[in-house]
Design a protein around this ligand. Sequence first.
Ligand code: GLC
Length: 982
Amino acid sequence: MIFAIVSTIADDKEQVDYFIRYHLSIGFDRLYLYFDEPCDPAIELAKSYPQVEVTVCDDNWRKQCIDSLASLSDSELELHEAGLYEAEVMIRQEANVRFAIERARKEKVSWLLHIDSDELFYTPFNNIKAHFSALEAKGIRNVIYKNCEALIHADATDEPFQSTIYFKRNHFKNNSWTYTTTQRKLLRSLGWKPEYYFHYYQNGKSAVNLEQDVELDGVHFFNTKVKPIVWEQDSARILHFPSPTYSSFEKKYRRLGNFSNEWRGEPRAGDFISLIHLKARDAFLSGRANALKALFVKEVAVDDADVIECLRNRGLLDCIADTHQRVLSRNELVANTLEERTFLYERCLSLIENEDLASKHMSQSFKQQFTASFERLDKVIRLIYPDTTIADEVILSSLQLVVQAVNGRNPDFQKLDNSRAKTGEWLSTNERVGACLYIDRFADNIADFRSKLSYLRDLGINYLYLMPPFEAHPGRNDGGFAISDYKTISKQLGGNSEFDQLVVMLKEYDIALCLDFVLNHTATSHPWAVKAAENNSYYRGFYWFFETETEALQWLDGVEDTFPEQGKNITFNQELGRYVWTTFNDYQWDLNYSNPDVFVAMLENLLYLINLGADVLRLDAIPHIWKEMNSNCKNRPECYLIVEAYQIFASLLSPSVKLISEAIVAPEQVKSYVSSNGTSFAYRPLLSASLWQSIKSTDTRIMQHQLQRWSTLPLQCNWINYVNCHDDLQWVFSNKSLIENNPDIDVKAFYRSLISFFVNGNDKSFPRGIAFQGKRISGTTASLAGLEKAIDGKNNTGVEKSINRVLLMHAVILSIGGLPIIYIGDEVAETNDYTYRDNDNTGYDSRWIHRPKRNWKELNNALSLEGSIEAYVHHQLTKLIFSRKRMSELSGYKFKFLNSSEKSLLLYTREDNKFQFLFVGNFSPLKKKLVLLGTDSELVLKKWENVTEDNCEECYLPNELKPYQYYWLRRKKTQMESYNAR
Ligand code: GLC
């Protein structure tokens, strides 16, 4: 079990130091500390503890907090009005805890405690492990600890936490006080209202087990399925030291200044909190010398030994005297780790030196880069492989591979790396537009493909995702995803030298290349698998073998079959007489990353792909790579950690290379894969699912609600958008958000109706989809949008509508924020190809229906025919693509939905400091009136450039939209607006 604390800090260095040491000494493994003041002198000190993760809440951080708040649900948002946000540290505290939860989950933390830095967590045991084990044994996973308040001495020295052994006992229970009559009497006789015996709060603080759904409940509590329990047993509690000394008291009120009487619309003081907070504010602001000190001596501190004795006798004070003995020194806490780390770091440096990097300059800058990432890398690897010897070995062997790869890197690629590193976010800009295709479905082979590259360039494509072009399993190969050699380009396609020429051409055209890094499995024809099948024990360790079915089922209990129509997650291997883990097809064996040799061996392949010329690597099927017994074996924290470790190593070879996560899972989980230090891009299956759901329902409210909630990303991250791709369509909504949006929804029926609409094609429904694995949908965009059926039925309006659906969805992915990827075929509204059924290697997998072989002769004819469907769609899409490229406001991912009175309409704005962009689209087959609501209606008065029209004329907002019509509008901001946006 790993234990962590999250805390937002604005306190003295000495206090912070004691806080850290105390908690590490009693067994917390990690402290997530958020420093509210970017220049806090305690920051450096905190950083010197390897167990402490410091986040400085600078302007960037605050921006990120605002973004994360913007994605909360309406009810949560009400609490976060902008004014309050800036004024109140508690709002930021809340955001910090949210971030910490995500981070802690990734770092496999089991229990997270949220306290402030003027508090100590106390249990009667010297080590907290005993306490939390006892909780777990009782099945408790969300717990509120009562706080008790330190009795402050007027002359307490500046030794934070150390000047008291007396704590006011907490008599608050179930929202009222449980003082006895004699206790009340005593308090009154001492001049205190019993309700104000505690000066600050009395309702405790919380710890939560993170292996469950956790939401925040206010700043200091957690919401989980099972309600929290208030811990009343073994005297575990929070020791609260509000202003342990006068100087801290004075500092506090100087910092808070003139705060308001209210908090979240309620009076601050009253039933629960004493008036001391407001009195101290007024005393400080009065400017009178000594006013604050007098208040402190009179109302805060208690020094009278008789009073103390009376309070003790009446059960109003507890004596806790054993905290200080527990606290170890910084040296004792960090020396070992630091020594080990320094030793490893030095071994790494000498390895770099011995490898003799091509030039002295390169060696220097490589060392610098390595040094900058060492600490994080070390931590991440240790989280994946907790055994120190193994972790050290993984780091050293991996580094060796990286250094060799740096030595072998093409100097032209290096130049590009450097220039991209200078320009920063090269992939997030509006100027990038992607396409995705199979070389051998688009062309005959690589040579032929090169001759067709100009087609893509003319379409405006400058990011190309090529399906795996490597040597693959003979016969069935899952579209190339069953790789038998990561380093050899398929001979049928032309082999490595042809591919190298393609790479040169791509670089000349400034087309970024994205290749798959298929890391979850290899083909059974891969040499590792072949050796494993020959019973080579080293390579057997690369995969998941089970002696018996019972053993296999122990692991697979609770694991859903991914391709149930293709078979189970396990396959019996005749040769070995064993079962083997096969998440996808029986010819794809899952790799075993708990074996560190697999991590290193696959890193070698990754580095190879980067040196082959890939600018971006798509991490295929990433949620499956880590298996753990008694879990669903999906989205385990190690998946994110491996991603982060690979990103660090990859960046050492190529600072501009991007890894992107292909996690086609619910948005709650997708989020975990994207982070500023992990993969900075992730596929956004929610957008594609939402677009199709809106097309079906002619209602955009679910799309708006879901995207509003799940689009926010950490800094420097972005989405990969698509309408359709080589895979099937999956209905990956957030069920929680569905219910939040509509409490009466029958979630199962919602999914059933989507599947039957796109598959069954009854008289009314227009799509011609085919089920894939029961719940998912195969079909080309055009066929799903109704084109095939309309053409067959000679239904001209149907044709028009379906084409407009295709364009409408593309108009969204190209503008809503993120890198758009067009699935080649969609640009000419290609319909389903049923010939896949006649081929034994494809017939079993309905996704081949939307992977047709391109017939260039027919297509060229169609494109040259004015008025053909192909020519029209191609022209409209090209126009959108080139428009996007000149609209700087379409960079990044941020957007804002607008309110209209019509549920079929989708409206959003995007902006930078020069331009405002407005998207208006109609998801209905009927005309719709456009009426903007609330403050958004001001936009009606503005004049816009209509980018959707060839001549880009100026116009006002349209009053009405035709079926499936969309507008791209933009306007230059006024000087004032530009100024405000800065
Ligand atoms: C990814 C690919 C898909 C493939 C699967 C197994 O999801 O996109 O085509 O079948 O991984 O490799």
